[in-house]
Design a protein around this ligand. Structure first.
Ligand code: COA
Length: 192
């Protein structure tokens, strides 16, 4: 890999940077590794099965970014794409955004996702002046709930049986943090 443009350094060996259509093959290979572990927990169309599917997802987010409504970032560890974080929704007019995240097994358990989400919330609140960052997850997704807690989010409620997956309807939780609360929240720990 050459020198990446516009990287945000998470650790000595880990960076966060925009996931773009030029990453389609790398993203498809990553989804092959991640698929089974993330499919039950992420949006229905996120896990695709070939390069064209991966490219379509990247194009969708590129279009969202162009109109300031969504953004997608990858986490690279030692030059391998291992996961990412995103603005599933971004509404600068009303000051609201919704975050998302995922990782393949190799990227899990290092604090990278919480740290990357923290960078997105910092940018949304401090650079873009948004007021509210939301988190939606299946109510039985303990790893995701742990990230929301580490970000200092508050559980606002449960949308009953609103997450259909393979013939079962699961409850969905909604968490959030406000800009007024975030100022008091220490940055997620780096290093490790
Ligand atoms: C949700 C998900 C992204 C969380 O990944 P994760 O690696 O657990 O999250 P973090 O990056 O915050 O890592 C936290 C873990 O790293 C550990 N860690 C190790 N070094 C660390 C460091 N330097 N700093 C902080 N934490 C560190 C923490 O102790 C914690 O482990 P623990 O929960 O076993 O105590 C992952 O489980 C996943 O991809 N799930 C499937 C997809 C999904 O659910 N997406 C969310 C949809 S709403």
């Amino acid at each position: 890999m050459g020198v990446p443009l516009f990287s945000f350094r998470l650790r000595d060996n880990a960076v966060l940077r925009a996931l773009e259509t030029s990453h389609a093959e790398e993203f498809a290979a990553h989804l092959d590794r991640a698929g089974d572990s993330i499919r039950p927990w992420v949006g229905r169309t996120f896990v695709t099965y070939d390069v064209e599917g991966a490219r379509a997802t990247l194009r969708r987010y590129a279009e969202g970014r162009a109109v300031d409504r969504a953004r997608l970032y990858g986490i690279w560890v030692d030059d391998t794409l291992v996961g990412g974080v995103l603005f599933a929704a971004f509404d600068a007019v009303h000051g609201n955004c919704e975050l998302g995240c995922w990782t393949e097994p190799a990227g899990a358990g290092h604090g990278l996702v919480t740290q990357a989400c923290g960078a997105l919330v910092d940018w949304a609140f401090h650079t873009r002046g948004l007021h509210r960052a939301e988190w939606q997850c299946r109510a039985d997704n303990e790893r995701s709930i742990a990230v929301a807690r580490r970000l200092g989010m508050t559980l606002e409620g449960t949308l009953r049986e609103s997450w259909p997956y393979e013939g079962v309807r699961y409850d969905k939780q909604v968490w959030s943090v406000l800009a007024t609360e975030w100022r008091d929240h220490p940055a997620p720990e780096a290093g490790g």
